[in-house]
Design a protein around this ligand. Structure first.
Ligand code: NAI
Length: 339
């Protein structure tokens, strides 16, 4: 049903990302308000609700979704909690913006896809925000014009200052690489068919036992090769970069050279320290676009199919990391609902 009045959004999970999305909806986005916040941690839910003003705090997502003043849901709980939240939202036929990953594995992603197909229309958008970053959008548009010829190679980098406590080698794939998996599929307009994860000697600055960095090679059904360096304890900054090598030229994004200073016999700039800084504008655009689309009908951004495809590629990646060698991606037929 088309909505033109203010969209009442329940935000599930108000840790780092969720609390930032609550702030964004309050301060930046038009056409929406936060009507409920949900967190397993009752004190955190209360604190964020108090800051947001005029919204209820819950610890149980089901209770929040049953509330009368909830028109849409933003899921920002940890990945393993996404399936339950998504299935509950779909049972209420509510539109959802779900932070990546859609779910942590292909089997649960498929259950979400089946639930959405039973509704017969798209309700869920996945939070792959590189698709809303101005530089990435420009790169995708350039590749789509074909001016540089066919993309042959895509080199990508994903670096964080430090990994969160308890981070595992698998999470470098299923949580971090997931972004570049989606970016590869979107930039090239191709599906990823096989994954090889290479394991350089870990950095001495990485926590003991963590395979960091990792070097990932993705093969596509269009014959392109994408490589991704994932290095989550690089120590110096948060960097996300992509370079497409095409038949008649190259294009790259993510240098972060917005401002270069020259003083005291030196030149230089600053490096963003985290994703909230680097992708602030992209998150703003992502949430505004989602609000606009669901107020007038259907989410238009990355779909459950994109979430499932990313989960399938990441599952192959985790197998390659664990067992070694090249692992083929197992993906079902793309349902007609997803174009
Ligand atoms: P976080 O750990 O800071 O926050 C998660 C919050 O969810 C916590 O407050 C926790 O108490 C709450 N929670 C746990 N289980 C819950 C449940 N069943 N129901 C309701 N609340 C629950 O995690 P963070 O970093 O905010 O990540 C949240 C999501 O955002 C994850 O899916 C993560 O992958 C994604 N993310 C996306 C980024 C992006 O660039 N798009 C960047 C960082 C995270």
């Amino acid at each position: 049903m088309a909505r033109s009045s203010t969209l009442n959004v329940a935000v599930i999970g108000v840790g780092r990302m969720g609390a930032d999305h609550v702030r964004r909806i309050r301060e930046v986005v038009s056409g929406a308000r936060v009507s409920a916040v949900v967190d397993a941690d009752a004190d955190r839910a209360e604190a964020v609700a108090a800051r947001a003003g005029g919204c209820a705090a819950y610890t149980d997502p089901a209770a929040a979704l049953a509330a009368a003043d909830v028109d849409a849901v933003l899921v920002a709980s940890p990945g393993p909690a996404h399936e339950a939240a998504l299935l509950a939202a779909l049972a209420h036929d509510l539109p959802v913006l779900c932070e990546k990953p859609l779910t942590p594995d292909p089997a649960s992603a498929l259950r979400v896809l089946d639930a959405e197909r039973r509704l017969g229309r798209r309700r869920v958008q996945v939070g792959f925000m590189r698709r809303y970053d101005a530089e990435y959008v420009r790169l995708e548009q350039l590749l789509r014009t074909g001016r540089l010829g066919r993309p042959l190679l895509l080199h990508q980098r994903h670096r964080n200052v430090t990994s969160p406590p308890g981070w595992t080698s698998d999470l470098l794939i299923s949580d971090s690489l997931a972004h570049e998996v989606d970016a590869t599929r979107w930039l090239l307009g191709q599906e990823i068919t096989a994954v090889t994860v290479l394991r350089p000697a870990p950095s001495g600055d990485a926590p003991a036992g963590l395979q960091d960095p990792q070097f990932v090679v993705l093969e596509t059904d269009g014959g392109a090769i994408a490589d991704v360096e994932v290095f989550v304890n690089c120590g110096f900054g948060y960097q996300v970069r992509a370079q497409a090598v095409c038949e008649r030229g190259t294009a790259h994004v993510g240098d972060g050279h917005a401002m270069v200073t020259q003083a005291d016999g030196r030149w230089g700039g600053t490096i963003a320290q985290d994703y909230l800084e680097r992708f602030e504008d992209a998150y703003d655009r992502e949430v505004q676009t989602w609000v606009d689309s669901v107020r007038h009908g259907t989410p238009t951004g990355p779909s459950v199919w994109d979430g499932l495809a990313a989960a399938a590629v990441c599952a192959a990646g985790v197998r390659s990391l664990t067992e070694g060698g090249r692992v083929e991606v197992e993906l079902p037929e793309r349902p007609s609902l997803y174009g």
